[in-house]
Design a protein around this ligand. Structure first.
Ligand code: NAP
Length: 271
């Protein structure tokens, strides 16, 4: 089996990367950074997002696992003390695969040029540096609302604990193939009206965002990556056909991860 290890780049993560590389090659696994069967990310969820974007062209062939060298992550859920155990599990092969949904975002230009397509593991957000974002929002081809405000965030279920949560969105279990749209400071008064609540769309319900003013520029984020666009005709968001595949070696249920990340990392009940 071929493996690659990515690191956040700090000393602790680099040391773990070197240690794991040595162990795995001792077990006759092959280091292959261009076509790995498994990618181990060492750092935090941010490091995991980078690993996902490095290898998202071969999601069918690559499984991911994350080790955290800081606090518990949603994707990086192995602790450094467990790396020997993890190496043995990886070397034992085959491992269990768990799949999580992704967001597909396509950006269509006004001039009929190339359509840009991205996959997001956490979310995509649409913002601007030029006043308010003004967009017509359609769902399944039907006009839904005209949005005015700071922007919109469209997240995956596993990204629902990230930016989406900070915007007041709900936490969605990743077994639900869906995307969630949350507002950033919408303008709501007697003239302008938006729904105001997060919307959760099932698979095959496409959300289209159409800028009202053709000359506006947008900052479109895809996870940790920010891109600048002008001349945008439409932005389409949907649940992607592709999924991310996690190599699962132990049970760590999603709601336990939510609890341990946001409520308490101990089982002790506090009154
Ligand atoms: P960052 O600003 O350096 O860190 C963002 C924080 O979000 C980090 O603590 C990161 O965990 C955590 N995070 C990432 N994915 C998560 C997930 N699925 N569930 C819970 N927490 C998660 O940015 P970054 O490291 O490059 O990550 C980009 C992400 O930042 C974006 O995808 C977006 O979700 C998030 N973000 C959040 C806010 C906000 O909460 N107000 C604002 C902008 C962007 P680690 O420390 O383990 O890396």
């Amino acid at each position: 089996m071929k493996f690659a290890i990515t690191s956040r780049g700090d000393q602790k993560s680099n040391e773990i990367k070197t240690r794991m590389t040595n162990y795995l090659t001792d077990f006759h696994l092959v280091l292959d950074e261009s076509e790995p069967d498994i990618v181990i990310s060492v750092g935090g969820d941010g490091t995991f997002l980078e690993a996902f974007h490095t290898y998202n062209h071969r999601l069918e062939h690559t499984a991911f696992v994350g080790v955290h060298t800081g606090h518990l992550g949603f994707y990086a859920d192995w602790v450094p003390d467990e790396v020997e155990k993890l190496v043995i599990e990886v070397a034992k092969n085959p491992f269990q695969i768990i799949e999580y949904p992704l967001l597909e975002i396509t950006i269509h230009p006004n001039d009929g040029g190339n359509v840009d397509r991205f996959l997001a593991l956490n979310e995509s957000s649409v913002k601007t540096t030029e006043g308010s974002v003004v967009l017509d929002v359609s769902i399944k081809g039907e006009h839904f609302e005209r949005f005015r405000g700071d922007g919109l965030c469209i997240s995956t279920p596993s990204g629902s604990t990230a930016y989406n949560k900070a915007l007041g969105g709900g936490i969605i279990h990743p077994s639900l193939e869906s995307i969630q749209i949350t507002e950033m400071a919408s303008i709501n008064n007697r003239v302008f009206r938006t729904i105001g609540s997060p919307l959760i769309l099932p698979k095959h319900h496409i959300c289209e965002l159409k800028p009202i003013y053709a000359d506006r520029s947008f900052l479109i984020t895809i996870d940790h990556i920010t891109k600048s666009y002008t001349n945008v005709k439409a932005i389409e968001c949907r649940v992607a056909e592709e999924k991310i595949r996690f190599a699962r070696f132990k049970s760590f249920p999603f709601w336990k991860r939510v609890h341990d990340s946001f409520i308490s990392d101990s089982d002790q009940r506090k009154f």
